[in-house]
Design a binder for this molecule. Structure first.
Ligand code: AMP
Length: 187
């Protein structure tokens, strides 16, 4: 089962993705985590990605498409992947379709995490003070929200047209949201 977690920064995709991975035994892959690890290791693509990440911008699709291919061609991805933070553009969504199709798979569920903007900024202020992520600073966060609206939100229609978009009310206690997520995917 291939599940895409879609939603603005701070909507809880990471937390819920981990819980769902535990529940289903599927692997959760977060491109943000992979990119942060590459930055940490100072690999060439990590250093390139950092320039964009620090500004709250998306890492360009030409860098991301290679990473998506790597992720989806791993043997452990064959059973299914919980995709956290990708695809984030229409080009990436088309690449995911293509890569899965070549393996006889498809995206089965797209969960849209619905959280009001006021709640998002409240959560991010908390995350910045706890984790100190440079892209959670106020300016970069505002930028990430705009980037989400402009480049990622079009995926909502892209998947809705296909009839696989499911909206999850992502406000409330973590366990209550996890229950809604499980109900949507039948886990
Ligand atoms: P995240 O942890 O998902 O919020 O991602 C942190 C940052 O990593 C984003 O603001 C982007 O700069 C970059 N990033 C993560 N996933 C992607 C993606 N699929 N496409 C482009 N950039 C990404």
């Amino acid at each position: 089962m291939h599940i895409v977690l879609l939603g603005p920064p701070g909507s809880g995709k990471g937390t819920q993705g981990e819980l769902l991975a535990k529940r289903t035994g599927l692997i959760r892959v977060a491109t943000g985590d992979l990119l942060r690890a590459a930055v940490e290791q100072q690999t060439a693509s990590g250093l390139e990605a950092k320039r964009y990440m620090d500004q709250g911008l998306l890492v360009p699709d030409d860098v991301m498409l290679g990473l998506l291919e790597e992720i989806l061609s791993k043997p452990e991805a064959a059973r299914g992947v919980i995709m956290d933070g990708f695809p984030r553009t229409i080009a990436q969504a088309e690449a995911v379709d293509r890569l899965l199709k070549a393996r006889g798979r498809k995206v089965d569920h797209v969960l849209l995490f619905d959280v009001p903007d006021s709640e998002l900024s409240r959560r991010i202020v908390g995350r910045q003070s706890m984790q100190g992520r440079s892209d959670d600073r106020r300016e970069a966060f505002a930028k990430r929200l705009n980037v989400y609206r402009e480049q990622t939100a079009p995926l909502v229609d892209f998947y809705r047209r296909r009839g696989i978009l499911q909206t999850v009310d992502a406000v409330g206690p973590v366990e209550a949201i996890a229950e809604r997520v499980r109900a949507e995917v039948g886990a």
